[in-house]
Design a protein around this ligand. Structure first.
Ligand SMILES: [Fe+2]
Length: 134
């Protein structure tokens, strides 16, 4: 079965929509942790760090894809980005083990599973794109 660019865009849009819900969950986690008497988090600093990370990712994407953007390369970059997200939430999940906050641990675990699913879906799209182009 040939993978169409519109299929790729639809699948990528689904993943992007889920990523937006992750941002809301992370904000809730930050608020939750800020309420914990033992943890002092600076929400402004967290938002600034998130913005910086997004800018770095955008710069990396532009460097990786170059001027002539190819679907397979774009999907490979998506896989790299999703792999980074899986790593981030794996580490966060480990950090959460130091705190007795089941709500936060559960939210991080939930996001981690979704990110692992994103990576799997992106890998499948990248593989399908290669097969379709042959
Ligand atoms: Fe993701």
């Amino acid at each position: 079965m040939k993978l169409l660019k519109s299929d790729i865009k639809d699948k990528a849009k689904d993943i992007q929509d889920e990523a937006s819900s992750h941002e809301e969950k992370v904000q809730k986690i930050i608020s939750n942790l800020s309420e914990d008497a033992n943890i002092k988090l600076d929400k402004d600093k967290a938002e600034e760090t998130a913005k910086e990370t997004e800018q770095k990712a955008t710069k990396m994407m532009k460097t990786y894809l170059g001027e002539e953007r190819d679907t397979s390369e774009a999907l490979e970059f998506l896989c790299i980005a999703e792999g980074g997200e899986v790593t981030h939430y794996e580490v966060l999940s480990t950090i959460c083990k130091n705190f007795d906050n089941k709500e936060v641990s559960s939210a991080v675990s939930s996001i981690l599973k979704e990110e692992q699913n994103h990576l799997k879906r992106c890998l499948n799209m990248a593989k399908e794109a290669v097969v379709s182009s042959q």
